[in-house]
Design a protein around this ligand. Sequence first.
Ligand SMILES: NC(=O)c1ccc[n+]([C@@H]2O[C@H](COP(=O)([O-])OP(=O)(O)OC[C@H]3O[C@@H](n4cnc5c(N)ncnc54)[C@H](O)[C@@H]3O)[C@@H](O)[C@H]2O)c1
Ligand SMILES: [Zn+2]
Length: 384
Amino acid sequence: MDVSHINLDQPLSIGVMHRLRFTSDAFNPANRTLRDVFAAGGEREPRRTIALIDSGVGKATPDLAERISAYADAHADAMRLVHPPEVVPGGEAAKNSLNLFHHVLDLTHEHHLCRRSVVLAIGGGAMLDAVGFAAATAHRGVRLVRMPTTTLAQDDAGVGVKNGVNYFGKKNFLGAFAAPWAVVNDDRFLQTLADRDYRAGFSECVKVALVKDPAFFDRIEAAALEIAERRPEAANPVIAHSAILHLNHIARGGDPFELSEARPLDFGHWSAHRLEALTNFELRHGEAVAIGIMLDATYSHLVGWLDRASLNRIERCLRALGFELSHPALRDPEPLLNGLEEFREHLGGRLTIALLRGIGMMQDVHEIDRTLMERSIEHVRGLD
Ligand SMILES: NC(=O)c1ccc[n+]([C@@H]2O[C@H](COP(=O)([O-])OP(=O)(O)OC[C@H]3O[C@@H](n4cnc5c(N)ncnc54)[C@H](O)[C@@H]3O)[C@@H](O)[C@H]2O)c1
Ligand SMILES: [Zn+2]
């Protein structure tokens, strides 16, 4: 056989199951949700487990470590803690250095976790990103069970397949695509969030509604004031629907690892990522996304795509949720506009920016008119 010209192009089908659960009071021993996801692999032996708690959650719920231990004891058939539950840094600091990443690798090594063991990460999007990156890297992938504890992590960040840390002062410069073993959203965690962190996650709901689901935008708009008052009966269904839309896009959109140019879920994000870095992460991701949505919606209007009434609705909805849309970082457009090139580099290939043709209707463009974008920045800066 002549082997000098063999070309084999074969698609890889990745047989990965993504498990998303919604529950309340997950560490009540009578609640079997978490136990069942641990047992989902079908193995007889309990999973060797380390549990890590975001410092914000640890502070707000001091008995959590004890409750996790009691839960593990009650479900010793499915999980075995090989290290006491540990509080680790939360917030953007968790992913602004490699400390937490290294710490998780150390624990994985010390406690002999294998690829069937579980890293249970309980925290906000930043902590989940850093812990998830370590779990994706150790042994090329230890099982990761995420328990997102912020609105943003429950409705977006904790649900997907992206893990990573900031590096060279750039958001998510280091990271890996890896599906979690399971994601368990427990609404009880949201009760202890600061107002600011509670609010922040709803910009991602608005984002996904604007690019995918106009009826969902109507629902958020109608519920916005009650959400701002933190009424669970208004807020929880919005969080759940957003999580499901994000997961459906990832699982059914045909491009879980973002190989193509189209990135609808990144609507409003080129500027958001830049604004976070420019403000030294003083702006929360969700707050920056609210501004980013407003910038790209305004630009969509200025190029003649989005009508004025729709732009006004978006602005009113974000305001009703409690977002501030103007920010001092909008004073100098130049450093912000450099975010376009950074975004292109991060995605690879041509610049691709999602714009709006209407509410629930997006379209990609590959060029941004800097003068018009400067006008959008000026408009949003003047909003308050
Ligand atoms: N991987 C992804 O697909 C993805 C998607 C969107 C955003 N993100 C990332 O997520 C991060 C933002 O996540 P976030 O909005 O969850 O903020 P965060 O993780 O920074 O958390 C905000 C603050 O809330 C605290 N906290 C968390 N849960 C708490 C609770 N239940 N009670 C009291 N305090 C609590 C944290 O300690 C922190 O101080 C950004 O780094 C962003 O880039 C990732
Ligand atoms: Zn986001």
